[in-house]
Design a protein around this ligand. Structure first.
Ligand code: GDP
Length: 383
């Protein structure tokens, strides 16, 4: 039995966070109404249907969380949607089950250049979205070599295929990550794309793999003219989010408490601050950056507001009128943590008009609804 620690013993006051809150960068559950006010009537640039209609698109990692949402949006835009999936003895199509018959799947290991090139030659894609990667940070503490191989070698193989294919490819978007910024100096928040102001200080092999992913995309653009699109995605959440990620940990526990299957929350580091964006807004940014041909330079894709993990739980409790206590499981603390990530989205907004239009409350409600509809994903300990 693990000794759980009451939340109050682990919570840390942080004067810089208080300052950031005064400056409007932090979401507080007590002031959620004024935060939500900001979303009323908010609009964003949407993809141009004429541009996307009948385009042939390839999504690596289509059966993943972001991949499945991206596939939905591209289908709505009239694209012919193809995706790569890894072979599993028992197929893992849960996330794309509802798209059956509307998308084309190609079994491929992203680290196989021959296979990727043969898919390029067969389908002749106009746009590629590269999402196939190990995405859970703790996996990279436990299996650093495998994560390096998948994420870095996989990206090189994809770009090699794109370089050789060289016909009709209008964009190749790569999902880079806020984890590249890593151990951000609190005085340097909110984080911009400018590495002189916000250098990369990755805190995990995952973060390193995403720095490399970005540099590969940059290199192949500058050396070989591959039309690379570099998005630095901050945390994106919503339905179908993998069960180990913190929002899903909390959403599942909400459902279990509502169904009287548990009586307390158990989480890891409550002091970590993240900038959460709804996955539908995030994939919309990927599409818009590709359509607007923003080649070879990075764009933060983020909401511009942060919240502590403890306050995320508090907000979720408030929405569902739950009164359960919160405990910390020391086994969920990471050997090396990224304590504070809040991005600035001014660049993508000024160059494309993209803004997130879905609030953190929608993330919570849709995340919880998803697990209410998927009881088979409850009651599993995964971290
Ligand atoms: P990440 O930002 O890509 O690592 O996304 P995660 O959702 O895995 O973690 C976000 C933050 O939540 C990290 O700082 C974690 O340490 C923190 N956290 C707190 N409790 C948990 C938990 O139970 N599971 C996970 N995955 N993260 C937690």
């Amino acid at each position: 039995m693990i000794d759980l620690i009451p939340l109050e013993k682990v919570i840390k006051e942080n004067p810089r966070v208080e300052e950031l809150e005064k400056q409007g960068y932090i979401i507080k559950p007590e002031k959620i109404d004024s935060y939500l006010e900001d979303f009323k009537g908010r609009t964003t640039t949407l993809p141009n249907k004429e541009y996307w209609n009948e385009k042939i698109v390839l999504i690596t990692g289509i059966s993943g969380f972001a991949g499945s949402h991206l596939a939905e949006q591209l289908l709505d835009l009239g694209c012919e949607v193809h995706g790569t999936i890894r072979r599993h003895a028992v197929p893992m199509y849960e996330n794309i089950e509802h798209l059956r018959g509307n998308i084309f799947l190609h079994e491929a290991d992203i680290t196989s250049a021959e296979r990727i090139l043969s898919i390029f030659e067969e389908i002749q894609p106009n746009a590629v979205f590269h999402l196939a990667a190990e995405s859970f940070v703790p996996t990279s503490f436990r299996e650093p070599v495998r994560v390096t191989h998948n994420n870095i070698i996989g990206t090189i193989k994809l770009f090699e295929a794109a370089r050789r294919f060289n016909s009709g490819l209008e964009s190749l978007q790569v999902a880079c990550s806020s984890e590249q910024y890593g151990l951000v100096d609190p005085r340097e928040v909110p984080v911009t794309e400018d590495l002189k102001k916000n250098p990369f200080r990755p805190r995990s092999v995952y973060g390193i793999s995403k720095c490399a992913t970005e540099q590969i995309a940059w290199l192949y653009h500058n050396s070989y003219g591959v039309p690379s699109i570099i998005s630095r995605g901050f945390n994106h959440e919503g339905p179908r989010r993998g069960i180990q990620f913190v929002t899903s940990v909390i959403h599942r526990q909400i459902v279990e408490i509502l169904e009287n299957k548990r009586d307390k929350f158990v989480i890891g580091n409550p002091n970590a601050i993240r900038d959460f964006t709804h996955v539908k807004d995030t994939v919309n940014a990927y599409i818009i950056l590709s359509e607007k041909k923003k080649f070879g330079e990075p764009f933060n894709v983020c909401s511009g507001k942060g919240i502590t993990v403890a306050d995320y739980v508090k907000l979720a409790k408030k929405i569902y009128n739950i009164d359960a206590d919160v405990f910390i499981d020391p086994q969920r603390m990471r050997p090396s943590e990224v304590p504070l990530l809040i991005g600035l989205n001014d660049k993508i907004f000024s160059e494309t008009g993209w803004k997130p239009v879905r609030s953190i409350v929608e993330i919570i409600k849709e995340g919880v609804e998803y697990f209410q509809a998927h009881p088979e994903m409850l009651g599993i300990e995964a971290h």
